[in-house]
Design a protein. Structure first.
Ligand SMILES: NC(=O)c1ccc[n+]([C@@H]2O[C@H](COP(=O)([O-])OP(=O)(O)OC[C@H]3O[C@@H](n4cnc5c(N)ncnc54)[C@H](O)[C@@H]3O)[C@@H](O)[C@H]2O)c1
Length: 442
């Protein structure tokens, strides 16, 4: 990158505005990442403007009406009441703000390639209103190079110079929905800037709310750090999923083997199998890296293999469910199945990319009648059709030929479920400690 002569006056003024909390912060995209982020910043005294394309969401925020489980209802209402958080659909209002934080989706296309249109659209909007003295930080997960190769050319077309007139950084969000122990505040935050001044300003901004900020040498290094973290999870989950397939053939309980293995106090860490991987990170982010590596004529073998194994799990679950039904003399095509839990992981309400849906779709393809219950997901959509969670009544449990646990939620009394069910297939070890011949584990 071309070196620039820093205009100290611009940097010093912005840093001072940040340190004194006079700086106004725009959070673009008020979803699972953006809304908690807005609350964290407002709590320390920043005035936060949420820029959200969905008018219903913007409206709800302005009424102090929370829609994200990790956000405290009363806290949001209080911050809105005090005028510290407001939301708008009008992009031009970013002119008012000193710091612009981007929290929009970065999904995959059907061909498992990056779908960067949200980031590109937002960057184009920002470029229209960009003014000197603004910091732009991308929080969305993406492949190494996005900030510098995709965002910077769009922003630079404004005529303003990066690291001199405006500052550009990447700081990947690490939020773990439902995790009460590690929140935004006490989770280390990696920050990489496009140039030293951008890094300095971004580190200053994040240090206002986060205990440990970890600066890295570039935005690209920060981008790779995040996709590596999620690749690490995807690969290790694939490893225990593969072990599950082997244990099935060996007639061994994979959960027992893993619990025993994880008693080793060093050199190993816990990962658990399941019906596949879900959510906005693990099934997606590694493919961002895989795609970028291909540009360099490099094959990321671990990512490809992990994706293959993890995506094969729903098929295995359905095949094993069919075996369990067969043992009862019931054909899958004529069976009634109760799917218990569709969120992608325990105790949350997010069902995006949840493997439960692949299992569900396959069961229906084979002719099974499927009802679902999920305390946290009252309604959802399967292949374009609207579905509603049915109340978990005794009659519902008793009527099912098989209760298939696809997500484990603390609110469910699994002992009660097992006591009433004809058969239980537990893909999450939700029934750990319950002894019954009715239970088959993944
Ligand atoms: N959800 C997680 O647990 C998590 C964790 C770490 C990182 N991430 C990453 O953070 C990013 C955001 O994820 P999320 O789960 O918060 O997504 P989300 O879908 O919950 O929220 C995104 C929000 O952005 C809004 N939006 C889209 N385009 C917009 C535009 N042009 N202008 C204004 N608003 C716009 C959407 O309406 C939506 O409200 C993704 O890159 C994701 O990979 C997510």
């Amino acid at each position: 990158m071309q070196s620039v002569v820093p205009d100290n006056a611009v940097i010093d003024a912005l840093i001072e505005r940040i340190q004194t909390k006079v700086a106004k912060v725009a959070v673009i995209g008020l979803g699972y990442v953006g809304l908690p982020f807005a609350v964290e910043k407002a709590k320390v005294g920043f005035s936060v403007l949420g820029v959200e394309q969905n008018p219903k969401r913007a409206d709800r925020v302005n009424k102090g009406d929370n829609y994200i489980k990790d956000v405290d209802d009363a806290e949001l209402a209080d911050l809105v009441e005090k005028g510290l958080i407001t939301a708008t659909t009008e992009f031009e209002r970013i002119r008012e703000c000193d710091v612009l934080v981007i929290c929009v989706p970065t999904p995959l296309t059907k061909n498992l390639t990056p779908e960067l249109s949200y980031v590109e659209n937002v960057t184009r909007e920002i470029a229209q209103y960009l003014r000197p003295g603004q910091l732009i930080s991308l929080e969305s997960t993406t492949y190494p190079g996005t900030t510098e190769e995709v965002m910077l050319p769009i922003l630079a077309a404004s005529g303003l110079k990066v690291d001199q007139d405006f500052f550009l950084a990447h700081s990947p969000e690490r939020v773990d929905p439902g995790n009460a122990r590690y929140t935004t505040k006490n989770t280390h935050k990696v920050v990489g800037g496009v140039g030293p001044n951008s890094k300095r300003v971004a580190v200053e901004f994040y240090s206002q709310t986060i205990t440990n900020v970890i600066p890295v040498s570039s935005a690209k290094a920060a981008e790779l750090t995040k996709v590596f973290e999620n690749t690490f999870r995807a690969v290790n989950i694939a490893l225990v999923n593969e072990l599950t397939l082997l244990c099935d053939r060996m007639d061994l309980d994979v959960w027992e083997v893993l619990d025993a293995a994880f008693t080793k106090p060093f050199g190993i860490m816990p990962f658990y199998p399941g019906p596949g991987v879900g959510g906005h990170c693990i099934p997606i982010d590694p493919h961002y890296l895989e795609w970028k590596a291909k540009e360099l004529n490099f094959n990321t073998h671990f990512i490809a293999l992990a994706g293959e194994i993890n995506r094969s799990m729903p098929e295995f679950v359905v095949e094993k469910a069919s075996r369990i039904l067969n043992d009862q003399g019931v054909a899958l095509s004529r069976s009634k199945i109760l799917l218990l839990g569709v969120a992608y992981k325990n105790d949350i309400d997010d069902w995006r990319e949840s493997p439960a849906f692949d299992v569900w779709a396959r069961l229906e393809e084979f002719g099974a009648t499927v009802d679902y219950h999920d305390h946290w997901v009252p309604e959802c959509e399967l292949k374009g059709t609207f579905r509603k969670s049915v109340p978990l009544t005794d009659a519902l449990i008793e009527a099912a030929d098989l209760v298939l646990i696809t997500t484990s939620h603390k609110v469910v009394d699994y002992s009660h479920v097992v006591s009433l069910a004809k058969a239980v297939f537990d893909t999450r070890n939700a029934t750990k400690g319950i002894v019954s011949e009715k239970i088959t584990k993944l």
